[in-house]
Design a protein around this ligand. Sequence first.
Ligand code: GDP
Ligand code: IMO
Ligand code: MG
Length: 425
Amino acid sequence: MPNTVLVGAQWGDEGKGKVIDVLTKEIDVVVRYQGGNNAGHTVKVGEEQYVLHLIPSGILHPEKICVIGNGVVIDPVALLKEMDELEARGAKMAGQLFISDRAHAVFPYHRELDAGRETNARSQEKIGTTKRGIGPTYSDKASRRGLRMADMVDPIFPELLGQRIDEANGIIKSIGGEPVDKKQIIAEYSAVARRLVPYVTDTITLLNKAVSEGKSILFEGAQGTMLDIDFGTYPFVTSSSATSGGAATGTGIPPHRIDRVIGVIKAYTTRVGEGPFPTELKDDVGALLGKEGSEFGATTGRPRRCGWFDAVVARHAVMINGIDFFAVTKLDVMDKLAKIKICVAYECDGKRYASIPANIRILEKCKPVYEEMPGWNTSTKNVTTYEDLPKEAKAYVSRLCELSGTKLGILSVGPKRDSTLRIAL
Ligand code: GDP
Ligand code: IMO
Ligand code: MG
């Protein structure tokens, strides 16, 4: 398979984990390139369900190399817990998992600052973060105060961590938070660092060597285009580059070695956390999508907000990421709907928008302009080929791709590996 970036085309939780798992059998290396354990990527193998937060979703395929790239922020305690849980369920870490020595680490003071800022924010300014410390860790990275995995495995680490804790505690106190326990954290994280030593390596060289040997790479995006720090609904975004551009900076593989981009997109839309969501449905249809789609956050368990497919968002995602193919997921969730709406543009104060306004105050007031299509009113859950889908379902999916300006590559009608219809990929 060509070197492929896989990105979320909406606000996250599009089903990236499932699609990565399905594609992994055709590639050699899977690399996560941004985000942290704010991500929750679900993979179903038979009756077993796994939720991956930091480890690439390819890990359930024995012998495939999985890399946590330099663009990821790693909570080392959460990572070890995830590694231990996966090993207990039969997955192998040694020789399969590699962690970038340039990835930044998340410490308890980052989580405390994340929670403190959310608590102190005025209601309209709350982001609804996952409180995993992601924003403060990327802030430290940008302000050159971060500690990286290379620092964690250096003997000077306890001293460096102590300095950072002193500084952070000053800020935490100033915002009314609970200072963190310096002695306890240094002891705990020094022990954690010792356990991670065998996995921490120069993944930039490892990945580029794999490329030069003709191995194929799958770049695993976390979150989604609308949560990207530059291209999302700022400030209601995460703090990393979730779009395809982040794949180069988050791994050290040059852009011209990347061959194509797959956008994972739900057949409807969800969002978890605060921020504008023009097609949100606060009615029975929204409730039905939430129920049929089991729309609860894989990381925080919060109910996801649900709404109609938004082709303005989809077009934005196709353009920014250079999406060659869509993997459309969760079509089965819409099986019981008699009529389906697709948002084709927005309207605000008498003006029509065919693209996403940067001004968040305008976006918040935007009303969707819909076109309507008939539903199919039959179950698609056991369909195994595209041809066997009801004609209304095929027409709906074609229309989504047409409005978004890309091709259909994969269509998913259930959470399991075998509920995946391969169309052009
Ligand atoms: P990710 O963060 O993009 O990997 O997505 P999540 O794992 O957070 O959320 C997607 C959810 O939808 C998970 O519970 C998946 O098991 C489930 N899922 C994925 N594809 C399908 C599908 O085609 N149909 C249904 N019904 N569920 C799906
Ligand atoms: P996956 O990879 C959905 C959202 C949070 C919040 C905002 C900022 O599973 O698709 P953060 O903790 O990152 O500072 O929170 O981003 N968010 C996600 N929403 N899926 C995710 O990841 C998310 N990761 C962060 O809910 O609105
Ligand atoms: Mg998720």
